[in-house]
Design a protein around this ligand. Structure first.
Ligand SMILES: Nc1ncnc2c1ncn2[C@@H]1O[C@H](COP(=O)(O)OP(=O)(O)O)[C@@H](O)[C@H]1O
Ligand SMILES: [Mg+2]
Length: 405
């Protein structure tokens, strides 16, 4: 038995750190407008969520159960058996693995064949998790990999696990295939799909993707490092002001870690080249009549649903049009802001006109030699002038104040 225990008191420390981090992110977001496209606050929230999962061992237990089910009876991939009855959020009990951790193996002393076989198996295991299951171990470093007899690979430490939606998985498959086939347009299509709220300039994006692809053209598959591809993609998205979807972070982390490990096991290992048959197999599966029929059936059902409701929806729409009730959503917050501003402008104008009227009125009154007097001048004329003077001060002050904003 191996028992993993959460460090006591760690929750309070993490919570305090996250509060500070969140505060800093809010500060950055409000003070540096350019930072907003990276969504610092959202980033901290995402980080907090994955950290919460990582420190709650019941998640890890469930992930291990799911992986064990998926890879039950697999040729070389093994997941330690877990004991839910003895585990909770703080304690994870699992079968003891009596093999050697990869980090304790002198890789340089291994026969080249063994190194290559291990690299191949590890890559197969992780690519299958990513591309076929969309559910993968995101931290496959040598401290989390046991190597046993006849190349049995046991993965431990499922604290960091990545998940990809079916559509995201599809995009990754298209992307890897684009890389293998040097298909610039497919690559551009996926990248521009990843732009969350911004629309990229397709011509410029195309030019940058083409340049990236041309760089790879002179490279053999052996030298094409996945970390460099990820770096280039991140660079392109940054130049075009695009934000990568946060679920890709786990995938990138997994691939970069895997790339480092397999390169150490076999200096000539082609990670991207190795993905080729897997990716093309999946693509071929997709074109099989049975898959097409299944997908087609789902689409047809959706279409039937739309068609079914179409007449009612059309009727409702036309009725509303006739009654002039077709509402359009407006940005109310902006509208209110505009309203406030209009209010201010009107107030200032009114005050200006009243002031002008007071001055003219008082001047006329000053010339009439009747009514009560003060300092030898007509009393009402004098009052008018004083009021006009006070109003002018207000108008000037209000213009000066708004000019400062
Ligand atoms: N099932 C196991 N059998 C044997 N040793 C284990 C097992 N699980 C973990 N260990 C040992 O404990 C270390 C830390 O476990 P791990 O799950 O990776 O925790 P952490 O999240 O702290 O990295 C491993 O590197 C390994 O030496
Ligand atoms: Mg670990």
């Amino acid at each position: 038995m191996a028992v993993k225990v959460k460090r006591p008191g760690i929750d309070a420390v993490i919570a305090a750190d996250l509060r500070i981090l969140n505060h800093i992110a809010q500060l950055i977001e409000s003070e540096i407008p350019e930072s907003r496209r990276y969504h610092p606050v959202q980033m901290v929230q995402y980080f907090a969520r994955s950290l919460a999962k990582e420190t709650d061992l019941s998640h890890e237990l469930r992930y291990m159960q799911r992986f064990a089910r998926l890879y039950d009876g697999h040729g070389f991939l093994h997941i330690p058996k877990v004991f839910p009855a003895y585990s909770n959020r703080q304690i994870l009990v699992q079968a003891y693995i009596d093999d050697t951790l990869l980090k304790n193996i002198a890789i340089d002393a291994l026969p080249p064949d063994t190194g290559r076989a291990l690299a191949t198996h590890l890559t197969d295991a992780l690519l299958s998790m990513i591309l076929q299951q969309g559910f993968f171990h995101a931290d496959p470093h040598p401290g989390n990999i046991f190597i046993g007899h006849e190349g049995r690979i046991t993965l431990i430490d499922f604290g960091l696990v990545g998940q990809l939606s079916p559509s995201r998985r599809q995009e990754i498959i298209t992307l890897i295939n684009a890389l293998i086939e040097r298909d610039q347009f497919a690559m551009q299509f996926v990248l521009s799909n990843w732009a969350q709220d911004q629309l990229p300039d397709e011509d410029m994006l195309g030019a940058d993707v083409l340049e990236m692809m041309m760089n790879y053209e002179n490279m053999s598959m052996k030298d094409l490092r996945i970390s460099q591809v990820i770096n280039d993609i991140t660079q392109i998205t940054r130049t075009h002001g695009l934000t990568l979807p946060p679920d890709l972070v786990m995938l990138f982390k997994c691939l970069i870690t895997l790339d480092g490990v397999v390169k150490r096991l076999d200096g000539n290992f082609e990670l991207v080249g190795h993905a080729k048959p897997i990716v093309q197999n999946i693509l071929q599966q997709r074109l099989k009549p049975r898959t097409l029929w299944r997908h087609g059936k789902i689409q047809a059902q959706l279409l039937a649903q739309v068609a079914d409701q179409f007449p009612q929806n059309l009727l409702r729409l036309s009725r509303r049009l006739q009654k002039g009730q077709l509402g359009i959503n407006l940005d109310i917050a902006r509208l209110e802001q505009l309203n406030n501003q209009l209010d201010k402008i009107t107030n200032r104008l009114t005050m200006g006109i009243v002031t002008a009227a007071l001055i003219i009125g008082s001047s006329i009154v000053m010339n009439i030699n009747a009514g009560p007097k003060m300092f030898g001048l007509p009393f009402f004329g004098l009052i008018g002038y004083l009021l006009a003077f006070a109003n002018s001060l207000w108008v000037i002050w209000s213009i000066w104040r708004s000019g400062k904003h």
